[in-house]
Ligand binder design. Sequence first.
Ligand code: MRU
Length: 344
Amino acid sequence: MQINGQNYRSVWFEDGRLKIIDQNKIPFEFEIREYGNYMEVVQAIKDMTVRGAPAIGAAGAFGLALAALYAPEEKFRSYLRSARDELILSRPTAVDLSIGVNYVYESTLKFIPDIEHARQVAVLAANEFANKSEADCLQIGNIGAELIEPGSRILTHCNAGALATVDHGTALSVIRQAHKQGKNIFVYVDETRPRFQGALLTAFELEQEGIPHAIITDSAAGFYFQKKEIDIVITGADRICLNGDIANKIGTYEKAVMAWVHKVPFYIAAPRSTFDFSCAKGEDIPIEVRSEDEIKIIGDTYVANPSSTALNPAFDITPAHYISGIITPKGVFTASEAALKVQL
Ligand code: MRU
């Protein structure tokens, strides 16, 4: 991705340390954080310094590589197991996290008892996972851009951009590619309460690439659907089940139902690491519930009645039948056939 004219990934490994663009600072500051042990990576995932399903998948993979690099030799195996469990538990909904962590864990275990070799393999496996994820997202853009008609007005929810992935994004990879092809698109960006991923991160990424857009409140989408000013909806996902149900940022379900009512196509864009082949249906997806303070307090200021309870589910489930198609690196498939097709 281009930030202030320079090319970046959102997470990468350099000189035995993990580097992450701090998403809690954007768009006001640009800071790169460095991590030398997996416990710090657990914290960065929990506090959303790094966020977005494919991005936390890669961060988790590199977190496990850090654990392998610096684990004491005499308890290498048990140290790695604790690191794996803690990393996976740091956020529950995006399956990319456990897929990335387990990929590195299993690759590394194969090389025990040669521990020095196993440490190197862990770093190689994490880099390989991140590179594959990046390539998947690039391909999603190439494939998905074919769905975008010239002059389209596109609605997106949350941030499914380069920051939320290793690079390029999922929904935003499609949008970037359509823009590069000169399709004269316009993007409606849901602000995405309570963490404002749309207003802060998606808007920042679109602005950096000169893509015309406007931020709208989460409740304004219906207004634009009614005025027939939205031609297509594209979002990312945090987990896709075998039957095509998906989890994504809270509010996605509402947009899907609204698109259905208004006969507007609703697409999900996702890399292979977002498919959970052990999940039969949406009800089986664990939904993260975050602190009520995220709703009641912005910065240091209460924006709600302080003594009221607030409920803060971070994701919701969109049933397969509301989804026009899932854009994957292997093609665009109906929701119900996508898991099978990406596996082949
Ligand atoms: O809570 P977040 O910010 O990690 O949630 C992120 C989303 O819901 C994204 O839409 C999803 O991970 C797809 S990112 C390419």
